[in-house]
Design a protein around this ligand. Structure first.
Ligand SMILES: Cc1ncc(COP(=O)(O)O)c(C=O)c1O
Length: 408
């Protein structure tokens, strides 16, 4: 008998509809392909979503991190602290600016940095004779890091906080010190800057794209200049003024501009964000309910109290059996991964601990002890999670997990 071919079910996928396509086509027919008004419109949409006063759209989340580190004053010889479980870009941005990233361990249940692990890295910085210039907490999988705790630590150490909210557009959290308030990811209530990514698997997409958010006007102006070669035309800042055409490069910046074409797509996508989030949260609830009976085999990533996740990812971790080594957990994760692939499901692993990446090790930035990250990494698996999933998709995934559990 011929096996029926199942549609591929990836871990993430963009949702682009005819309305988005029409918005892009209209932009292509207009006067501005780049540096036009559509950028500002997209930035205003991002400010409205996050609640931050300002948003600066750029051509990737990585560029956003780089500019945020530069605007925060990271320079040669500085140190910054981020998470060991993140996409490498969070740590690379500190390196681009000339700084040394120190990697904080995570709570294996949530994959978020803990206050204790951040404090341990502040002490590691002190051993180097330094205070961290930036703390870069990562809102993992859509769940906001403990930003009030990070902010308190930053105030004690004099660091600036850059919230890596690439996974968290639309997520919210609460702070016991601010009863009744709902705080938003990248809203910059507890951070000096937030960064977003619009890569296709994210909540809204521009293909490639990103943004920095802030409530600080001086940082905003700095970010605008850095996005375009460090050039300003602001008469108040010029050292001399040769005429209306005149500009000055005041600092070394980049071309990190995003095009108007992509911003037209971003603005169109942003209108759908509430629907996308609702769908992601409904899928997460379905997984939670259906995986409850497999709780001796897999555990969904823990979401901190007070946080409403934006569910960029839906991650489970294999339960470690008594006496089982992490290598044995990892072997069972590989088995589960392969069973899914055989069923046309394409899960993913987010992320390989940064401290073990060969380039970090060779640069002397690896090493150290990361029991939380190692435990998390051994068993984690990102299951399909995207708005266009249809009825029955979650069952397809859960059935494979149940079969893997049954096989021992
Ligand atoms: C946590 C995190 N930070 C930063 C980035 C970088 O974003 P981009 O791919 O848009 O450069 C990503 C991308 O996946 C990410 O997951």
């Amino acid at each position: 008998m011929v096996k029926p071919v199942l549609p591929l079910l990836p871990y993430g996928r963009q949702s682009v509809d005819e309305e988005d396509i029409a918005a892009v086509v209209e932009q292509l027919r207009g006067d501005w392909l780049t540096q036009g008004p559509a950028v500002r419109v997209f930035e205003e949409a991002l400010a409205a979503i996050t609640g931050a006063s300002y948003a600066v759209a750029v051509n990737s989340g990585t560029a956003a991190l780089h500019l945020a580190c530069l605007a925060a004053g990271v320079r040669e010889g500085d140190v910054g602290i981020t998470s060991d479980i993140t996409f490498v870009a969070s740590a690379n941005a500190i390196r681009y600016a000339g700084g040394q990233p120190l990697l904080a361990d995570v709570d294996p249940a949530s994959a978020l940095v803990t206050l204790a692990s951040l404090e341990a890295q502040v002490e590691a910085a002190a051993r180097l004779g330094k205070k961290p210039k930036v703390l870069v907490p990562v809102d993992f999988s859509g769940a906001v890091a403990d930003l009030p705790a990070v902010r308190a630590l930053a105030e004690r150490t004099g660091a600036l906080v850059i919230e890596d909210a690439a996974h968290a557009l639309g997520a919210t959290y609460t702070d016991p010190a601010r009863p009744g308030e709902t705080l938003r990811a990248a809203g910059c209530v507890d951070a000096h800057m937030g960064i977003l990514s619009f890569h296709p698997v994210k909540h809204i997409t521009t293909g490639e794209g990103g943004a920095v958010t802030t409530n600080d006007e001086a940082l905003y102006r700095e970010l605008l200049d850095l996005r375009t070669h460090g050039i300003t035309k602001d008469p108040a800042l010029l050292e001399r003024n040769d005429g209306p055409w005149y500009y000055e490069q005041r600092t070394l910046g980049y071309n990190y501009r995003i095009t108007d074409v992509l911003c037209a797509l971003g603005t169109s996508q942003a209108k759908k964000l509430p629907r996308f989030l609702e769908r992601r949260r409904a899928i997460a609830r379905e997984y939670d309910a259906k995986l409850a009976s497999l709780a001796d085999f897999v555990t969904p990533l823990a979401v901190r109290a007070g946080v409403t996740s934006a569910y960029h990812l839906y991650i489970v971790n294999l339960v470690q059996r008594p006496g089982e080594s992490l290598a044995q957990v990892a072997a069972r994760r590989l088995d589960l991964y392969q069973r899914m692939r055989a069923a046309s499901i394409l899960p993913q692993v987010h992320y390989i601990p940064v401290h073990g990446q060969p380039d970090f090790v060779r640069a002397g930035l690896g090493g150290g002890s990361y029991p939380g990250a190692e435990r998390y990494y051994a068993g984690c698996l990102s299951l399909p999670m995207f708005p266009a999933m249809v009825d029955g998709d979650v069952d397809r995934v859960v059935d494979v997990i149940a079969a893997a559990r049954g096989a021992g």
